[in-house]
Each structure stands twice: as C-alpha cells, then as structure tokens.
Design a protein around this ligand. Sequence first.
Ligand SMILES: NC(=O)c1ccc[n+]([C@@H]2O[C@H](COP(=O)([O-])OP(=O)(O)OC[C@H]3O[C@@H](n4cnc5c(N)ncnc54)[C@H](OP(=O)(O)O)[C@@H]3O)[C@@H](O)[C@H]2O)c1
Length: 326
Amino acid sequence: MTANPARYDSVAYRRCGQSGIRLPPISLGLWQNFGGNDVYETARAMIRRAFERGVTHFDLANNYGPPPGSAETVFGQVLEADLAAHRDEMIIATKAGYTMWPGPYGDYGSRKYLTASLDQSLRRMRLDYVDIFYHHRPDPQTPLAESMGALAHAVRQGKALYAGLSNYPPDLTREAAAILRDLGTPCLIHQPRYSMLDRTAEGGLLEALEDEGIGCATFSSLAQGLLTDKYLDGIPADARMAKGGSLPASRLTDAVRDKLLQLDAIARARGRTLAQLALVWLLRDPRVSTAIIGARTVAQLDGTLDATRHLGLSPEDEAAIESVLG
Ligand SMILES: NC(=O)c1ccc[n+]([C@@H]2O[C@H](COP(=O)([O-])OP(=O)(O)OC[C@H]3O[C@@H](n4cnc5c(N)ncnc54)[C@H](OP(=O)(O)O)[C@@H]3O)[C@@H](O)[C@H]2O)c1
C-alpha cells in the first residue's frame, strides 16, 4: 500500500504521560468487528483508512474476536498485506487478563498466563514485539508483584516495549506503578472505561495517572455507540445493541435517551455530531492521551476521526454539557 505522505500533517499528537511516546488523539480499537466472524475486507479497509488518516495506535487484546484471538490474526494479515513497511510508524498494543484458554493458566494474572499469552499474541499477529503489553484487569488471587514482574519480564525480553494497565482502580494503579518503576520498566499507559456516560475515571484515577506520569487511553469512548445519533429514535437493526452482546438494550433507559437528545442538540448547534462532541469532550482533559474508539464501517470511522478537525471546548460549551450530564 502506498500511504498518503501527508497523513501526519494535520494530526496533533499528544504526549502519553511523561513518556517519550506521542499518541494520536483518536486511536482504533479492534474489540468488535475485526474478528474471524466479520468480513475481512471491511476490517482491512478500516485499518488502512485509520493509518491513512494518521492513526498510529491500534489497540488489541488476546481475546478480541470472535472467536477469541481472531482479531489479532486478522490484524496480522492486514499488517503483512498492507502495512509491513510501516511497522516502525505504529504503536501496536495487546493485553492479557480475561479468559483465553481452558484450565487454571488461561486467565487473570499469573506469570505463566501472561507470558504464554503474549507469545500466542505475537504468533497470531506475526510480530517480533508489541509496543504495549497490558495487564487487562486486576487479579485478586495473584500477587501484584507477580503480574507486574511478568510485564517487566516481557519488556526485558524485548517482546514488548512498554507495560500498561487496564481496569485497575486508583490505589492499585499507584501500587502497580511503583513496582514497575522499581523493576526499571515504568508503566506507560492505563486504559480505563471513560466517556460522557461513565465518569468513574474522574474519581481519583486521572489524578493517580497524572501523579505517576502515566498516560491515559480511554476505552468505549462512545459508550459502545450510545454516544452517537443512532439510538435517538430507537434501536437500528444493525447496531451493536440489536445483537444481544456487550451492549444490552437495558442500557438505553428513558433517562439516558433524554441525555442523548440534549447532547445531540448541543452538538448540532455547534456543527458537530454527537460522536464528535463526545470525543472532543474527552480530549478537553490533557491527562487523556488518546480516546480509543471502535468502528463497524469506514464511514463511521471517518465521521469519528473528523472530530479532530476542531478540538477544544469553550467554557460555555463545557458548562452546557455539564448541566446535561449532571
Ligand atoms: N481495556 C478494556 O477492558 C477494554 C474494554 C472495551 C473496549 N476496549 C478497547 O476500546 C475500543 C473501543 O471500544 P468500543 O468498541 O466499545 O468503542 P466505542 O467507540 O465506544 O463504540 C464503538 C461502536 O460505536 C458505533 N460507532 C462508532 N462510530 C460511529 C459513528 N461515527 N456513527 C455511528 N455509530 C458509530 C459502532 O457500533 P455499531 O455496530 O452499533 O454501529 C462501533 O462499533 C475496543 O475496540 C478496545 O480496543 C478496551
């Protein structure tokens, strides 16, 4: 593939914590729509389009699919077919922490699981190394030092360049960051769920990340698609909510729909879509290094990426949004 030479010109990359890495304001996640059960050419087109538009950061995990593992396989195929010459221009992340294979060593946070899982991920993606290897969720049964030791080991082996944490609460994040720092492999990034509809990260996590010099990659930044205009008049047949998976229809309460309608009106009055407003709102905070989004079509991806054309939120707009979010 001949990549557009101007692809980096209009993207305002953001520093990831206190590290040397800069990330695009919007990154592409491959949780859904990039698996073996999806249409390969659509997945390929979205990855290519993202790269063409300066998205350098791609977020995966061992279990993304379905079936689990297949998003990494698809991504590896696209890399080989189209982007092999650009590997050094990309930040490729993967994770381990959720159920991946049967038995006691295919889940959570043991050194055994994390180490084997990363090897499997590298094989599926046909890579020598990933840029970021995350522990996907805390493991109450495994000593934190063991899980962090496994991340540090992966970095020392050269199988990952940086360590990351996801879904860790603030105190545990501080503890994990201290261990990783002591091991000489500081935590680069944390990945929390954060959007207009889930502000848990504002309850101490963002502060911890700033104190520790760790970047923040928000996930489900569009609340799995709720923060788009698609649910304003019901549930479209092709939408995630109609598929009976990770976004149950019970999430679309009257109160949520009412908020969405108000937010949509604010967005439209400013010449933006609701999705764009939701991302601009997240990126108003410099502690957010990048907002990871998902997409099902190239048109969705383009619409979302267009948010970066006008970043920044006036105090009046922020106040108007705050009054809706409460
Ligand atoms: N660390 C973790 O534990 C964790 C957990 C979840 C996700 N993640 C990461 O975060 C990424 C994003 O998560 P997510 O998929 O929940 O993200 P999201 O951006 O909140 O939702 C993506 C969905 O919103 C809809 N959409 C996106 N752009 C649209 C547009 N312009 N117009 C209309 N609809 C649009 C599509 O759903 P429809 O199919 O309904 O059109 C799309 O699949 C994942 O891929 C993964 O990398 C991490």
